[in-house]
Design a protein around this ligand. Structure first.
Ligand code: SF4
Length: 394
């Protein structure tokens, strides 16, 4: 039995039904009421009831802009709900995608931690409320060497998993038996984390400019807006920066080279990886725009998984902490020298690896040099096939 009642749940997880009404009971207000007066009263109540509200809000933005993943203690009462919606309102007003990316990452990670601390029963209740019907069973399902406590119906799984760009969550990379997708508790928390992240991102239909004009007229919000503006200026956070940093290859499973697919299959089946295999995954993921979280998730099904250690190694490979050195992807020559190349493997082998590619101006195939080359050329091949299919259909 879950030990939750509806109220305690919405205080802990404010995006659930009823959360917005706790923050902003506009549904009971008179439509003719002056919005400035209404929000002045509302926020005066909040800032006076919670004297450190200004500092806490500023701390959220400051930590997020420093790309921190912790530092805020979430409560489980009214202020938690008010904080959530005030942050969302401020993000809408600023209409700055770099900032909303950073803030939504920080907040969703804080909730990810909270979700991991939940009992399986509570997590099951929460999932249901978030339209992600998952079932924790007393008798766990053993697949390979891994015991899975939870399953989700395929139809229910796909819409939520598709929110993640992490290929580890694609159906093809999950254990599916009789229409059930088997998951670890951490997988469930990770999937919900993405749902939470999207809850914080503002609705683009709303006009940020008009809202900003309104917020600047609210006695307690105006100084906060000024402080956040100063933070943004200090960090030189512009929309151009967002656009230039956000141009990346969306490397999904279809583009992974054979050597990587082989290791991922081992990990999914709970077979321990060698040290070199772990490094190969960590360097490949670090150099193909995968997050730390996505990389740690690969190691989660290993029998010797140790979250702290895995996170340390993954962060180290990216130059976070330690000497600050970001490691490059292994070259194919290196992978071959340690006997991990799967160019000719019956299941995973690929002509790009086995025979090379036709580069511009060349009459014969030239070998690829790194697994990242494979990603590039596989992408070229897939796009060419799509074009040819289109022509044939005409
Ligand atoms: S050729 Fe390179 S990319 Fe392809 S399997 Fe071997 S090491 Fe991996």
């Amino acid at each position: 039995m879950s030990n939750y009642n509806a109220y305690s749940l919405v205080y802990k997880y404010p995006w659930l039904e009823g959360g917005r009404e706790i923050f902003d009971p506009t549904s009971v207000s008179n439509e003719d009421e002056d919005p400035i007066e209404y929000y002045n009263q509302l926020f005066t109540k909040y800032f006076e009831s919670y004297p450190d509200f200004h500092d806490k809000l500023l701390q959220v933005f400051s930590l997020a802009l420093d790309k921190k993943e912790s530092g805020i203690i979430l409560t489980g009462d009214e202020i938690n709900v008010i904080l959530f919606y005030t942050v969302k309102t401020i993000l809408t007003a600023f209409d700055n995608r770099v900032m909303e990316n950073h803030v939504s990452n920080l907040i969703s990670k804080l909730y990810h931690q909270r979700l991991l601390e939940e009992t399986e029963q509570n997590l099951e209740v929460l999932c249901r409320k978030m339209n992600f019907e998952c079932h924790f069973e007393k008798k766990q399902m053993q697949i390979g060497n891994v015991l899975y406590p939870c399953w989700v119906d395929v139809k229910n799984y796909v819409p939520t998993a598709s929110l993640l760009k992490d290929s580890a969550y694609q159906l093809i990379n999950r254990n599916v038996i009789n229409g059930r997708v088997y998951l670890l508790k951490d997988n469930v928390a990770r999937l919900l984390q993405e749902v939470v992240r999207r809850q914080i991102v503002p609705d683009r239909q709303k006009s940020g400019g008009e809202l900003m004009d309104l917020l600047k007229k609210i006695t307690h919000l105006s100084p906060l807006i000024d402080d956040i503006t100063k933070l943004i200026e200090k960090k030189k956070l512009t929309q151009t920066q967002y656009e230039s940093t956000n141009v990346y290859e969306n490397v999904d499973y279809a583009l992974y080279p054979p050597c990587i697919k082989y290791i991922l299959n081992k990990a999914t089946n709970g077979v321990n990886l060698t040290h070199s295999e772990r490094l190969h995954i960590a360097f490949f993921y670090a150099n193909t725009n995968h997050t730390v979280e996505e990389t740690v998730d690969v190691f989660r099904t290993l029998p010797d998984f140790d979250e702290k250690l895995a996170r340390y190694h993954v962060e180290f490979s990216r130059g976070i902490g330690g000497k600050g050195k970001k490691y490059r992807i292994y070259s194919c020559a290196k992978v071959k020298s340690i006997d991990m190349c799967k160019a000719l493997d019956k299941e995973y082998g690929d002509i790009i690896c086995a025979q090379g590619v036709f580069r511009k101006g060349e009459v014969r195939r030239i070998p690829i040099k790194t697994p990242k080359d494979f990603v590039f050329w596989k992408n070229v091949e897939i796009k060419r096939k799509l074009r040819e299919d289109k022509v044939q259909k005409k």
